[in-house]
Design a protein around this ligand. Structure first.
Ligand SMILES: [Zn+2]
Length: 462
């Protein structure tokens, strides 16, 4: 059995830096692998995707991710698991999109309390029977943390089932159904995938997403593979199942570089979707005199000049005492070189349609918010704060909730007063308590969260 795996795809166009990625080059790599494997083994490989495709991207501002239906279908995806960003435009929208795709979508451990069904209409399990008699069982699992990131769903409307418990149940069901091999498609962070591998011996392979860096680990004889992001990487997992039941595995990593030719069919799709948009996006909206750092591993673990730039603009527009935004706001995962700054750069950095709001916080709430922001370091979580008007240091080795080094915490150059009220500019997403910022969800809102300016618009106007 051969499996082709990828995850977390946002931009369908390629970037400048190698590996350039892009759906067109990725498609030819995929098609060549499908062709070669089918020729060699007499059976088509299984194509699986581990979530996040409908948003955020430059194009999805216009299409709400609908363009990915055609893209994933062209890539012949068989089975997929929901990513958190599938729900950025609402549960119903996600359900409609995946219904229109030819692939089977899994999500087995989050129940929509209103319908008592799996969120977004995901399947709990799926069995594929191969021509050679092999039965492959698949299940889809996610972590609890990402429920806090869902912008359009109330946490209270969801019932989360622990992925280990649920994984154990469903894997056992799949075995009872005769599965020779059990594969979990997951959309969660590394430590959770490792926990799943340790605790559920019935799962043979975990094909994961959510983390954007390529990685392979073997934990207690369970293989975990994450295949990068953004059509830049593809994994081919070749399994040789011996008569004694033992499995030999060969993993091949493919990077989508300029060497990989573009698939003409996919290229047409990409060009069709981007041509209209591109004309407006090429417009230069300013000049930057230094390169701006938006790399995930930087912006999600420390202060960066891109984070400061955007937070400072928010401060000047709102005149708030402090600005705090979650670094998940910054989507470009790259360094933007100095020179002309085009609308395209802005839309790559800030593709999520979210409003700027001003709220009133006490010093105590501000401290709580910052503690939440640094609570998951060293995981590259989107909740990590980028700020303006406030300075602080933190100790990542201290227990979550007491990591901020108190005497370093200054607001406008003065020590934080826990009882004082401060005005804080943030995004509606954070003010709603998302990304774990629940301490802010009850704060008084000074501006209308539904009609406030879009963050990207605020930056563009600046
Ligand atoms: Zn994700």
């Amino acid at each position: 059995l051969s499996i082709l795996h990828f995850n977390d795809v946002y931009e369908i166009t390629e970037r400048k830096k190698e590996p350039v990625g892009g759906a067109a080059r990725f498609a030819s790599l995929m098609k060549r692998n499908i062709y070669d494997i089918t020729k060699q083994t007499g059976e088509r490989p299984l194509v699986v995707f581990s979530g996040d495709c409908l948003n955020p991207s430059t194009l999805s501002c216009a299409t709400q991710g609908r363009h990915m239906i055609e893209v994933l279908d062209t890539l012949e995806v068989d089975v997929a698991v929901f990513g958190n960003h599938e729900f950025d435009f609402g549960v119903e929208h996600a359900a409609k999109c995946i219904e229109r795709m030819t692939s089977t979508w899994l999500l087995g451990n989050v129940i929509d309390k209103l319908t008592q069904q799996n969120l977004g209409g995901g399947m709990t399990k799926h069995i594929i029977k191969r021509n050679n008699g092999l039965k492959i069982g698949l299940l889809g699992l996610v972590e609890e943390e990402w429920l806090d990131t869902l912008a359009t769903v109330n946490r209270e409307d969801l019932e989360f089932q622990d992925y280990v418990e649920r994984g154990r149940e469903v894997a056992a069901e799949l075995r009872a159904d005769g599965a020779d091999l059990v594969i979990a498609l997951t959309h969660m962070r590394w430590p959770n995938d490792i926990r799943l591998a340790r605790m559920v011996p019935d799962i043979d392979i975990i094909l994961g997403g959510h983390d954007h860096e390529y990685g392979v680990k073997e934990i207690d004889e369970c293989l975990i593979i994450k295949s990068g992001s953004d059509f830049r990487n593809l994994s081919s997992v070749d399994l040789f199942i011996r008569n004694d039941g033992c499995v030999d595995v060969k993993i091949s990593r493919y990077d989508v570089t300029r060497e990989v030719e573009e698939d003409p069919y996919m290229l047409k799709i990409v060009e069709r979707y981007t041509s209209v948009l591109e004309k407006s996006l090429d417009h230069c909206i300013g000049v930057v005199n230094t390169s701006l750092d938006g790399r995930f591993k930087m912006v999600r673990s420390r202060e960066t000049n891109l984070g400061n730039f955007v937070a400072d603009i928010m401060a000047s527009v709102t005149r708030a005492d402090v600005v705090l935004i979650n670094s998940g706001t910054f989507r470009s995962d790259g360094v933007h070189s100095c020179g002309n700054f085009r609308l395209h750069d802005l839309m790559t950095i800030l593709p999520i349609n979210d409003c700027v709001v001003t709220i009133v916080v006490t010093g105590k709430q501000l401290l709580e918010a910052l503690e939440n922001g640094v609570s998951l370091v060293p995981k590259y979580e989107g909740r990590f704060p980028q700020v303006s008007g406030v300075t602080f240091g933190f100790n990542p080795g201290a227990p979550p909730g007491s990591r901020i080094v108190r005497d370093t915490l200054m607001v406008q150059g003065n020590p934080l007063d826990p009882t004082r009220e401060y005005t804080m500019a943030t995004k509606a997403y954070v003010a709603r308590g998302k990304d774990g910022y629940t301490c802010l969800s009850k704060c008084r809102i000074l501006t209308d969260p539904d009609s406030g300016p879009l963050l990207s618009t605020v930056v563009r106007n600046h």
